[in-house]
Structure formats: C-alpha cells, structure tokens
Design a binder for this molecule. Sequence first.
Ligand code: PLP
Length: 216
Amino acid sequence: MKIKKLQELYDNIASIAKEAERDNSDVSLLIASKTQPIEAIEPLLLAGHRLFGENRVQEATEKWVLLKNKYPDIILHLIGSLQTNKVKEAIKIFDLIETLDREKLALALQKDAPNIPCYIQVNTGEETTKSGITPQHFDEFMEFCRKDCKLNIQGLMCIPPVNEPSAPHFALLHDMASHHNLTKLSMGMSNDYELAIKMGATSIRIGSALFGDRAI
Ligand SMILES: *Cc1c(COP(=O)(O)O)cnc(C)c1O
C-alpha cells in the first residue's frame, strides 16, 4: 500500500535528519511521479502530500492541470531537461525548474518567465550523456544567470553517475552551493537519499522507493 510506504518514507527521513542533527522541516520529499497515472498519484494527494516532480512538459500538463485545479496548493517541479521551445508551456504548469543548464535556456526563461524559481543542474560526473552544466563552467554560467538574465536562482540539483559512489558528487554540489550562497540542494534518489540528507540535501527526489520499479 502506497500510503504506508509514504508514511515509512516520512518517518525514515525524520529519523535520518535527527541523526544528522538537521531540522526535519529542512528536508522536503519530492515525489518523482513520471510514468505514474493519476490514479497512482491521487491517493498521495489525499494523504496530504503536495510536492511532486515530473520529467516531461507534455505528460505533466496532461496529468497535473486537473490535479492542480483540485488541490491548488500542489507544488510541481520540472526535474527533466527542458527544450527552449517548451518553455512557454512549461511555466504554465511548473512552479520551479530544477534543470536550468545552458545559456540558451536561461535566455528563454528571462524572456518568458524571469521570476520563476530555478535550480541549476550540475553535471558533477561530467558525463557526456547527461545534461547539466559542468563544474568548470559553473561559475561563469551562474554569473550569466544572475547578473545578465536576472533569474531567480535558488539552488542546485545533481544526478550522480549510476556506477559511482554518490558522496563525492553530493559534497561537490554542497560546496558549489555554499560558495554562491545558494540554500537549496536537490540531491538524492531512492538508492542514496539517506546519504544525501546527511550531506545537506534540502530536497530528495523519490520515485521507485514509493511506486516500485518502473516498467520503462
Ligand atoms: C525518476 C527520477 C528520480 C527518482 O528516481 P528513483 O530512483 O526512482 O527514486 C529522481 N530524479 C530524477 C531527475 C528522475 O528523473
């Protein structure tokens, strides 16, 4: 039963936060609901959960316009990459963009949604297959987003490489954020969220630990 799993997750997050001497309210659970139908999501809303993430603009629009009408205090983050030609559509449904990662996208956001809160996605593992700005280009990009585009940058997000320990990636993201006075850190997924909380995550993104393994 998903509600039982949700409660277990809340409890586990609380106990890890306590162990790490962090305030439980400083760690948010973002439920990654990609590929999940509305019927799988609504019980979580009925249980009071409000923070969710989706990867694709079209899927999010199809599922969440209805749900947001019904539960107006839902907060929806975009956690998948965003094409510049989808920005206008994206800002209608998403409350925060976690995947700002290139100048072209920063310019598109400046034009259409200069106030939307954003996290910059950092490709901490410098993987060619993954999106995100590389650490060596980060300072320059940060400056571009803040000074040139005047975007509302609140934090950083990363997805560590699958075959590597996550700790060095979380540490790097944490250092980069503190260096730029960014308070939000979106890091940690089903397999490494406990570590992420210990290393300063302010939101963890959970899918399979709640819904079970994805078919795709
Ligand atoms: C799907 C997804 C998650 C959740 O991953 P799980 O391993 O299923 O918890 C987190 N972040 C992003 C960006 C995702 O696409």
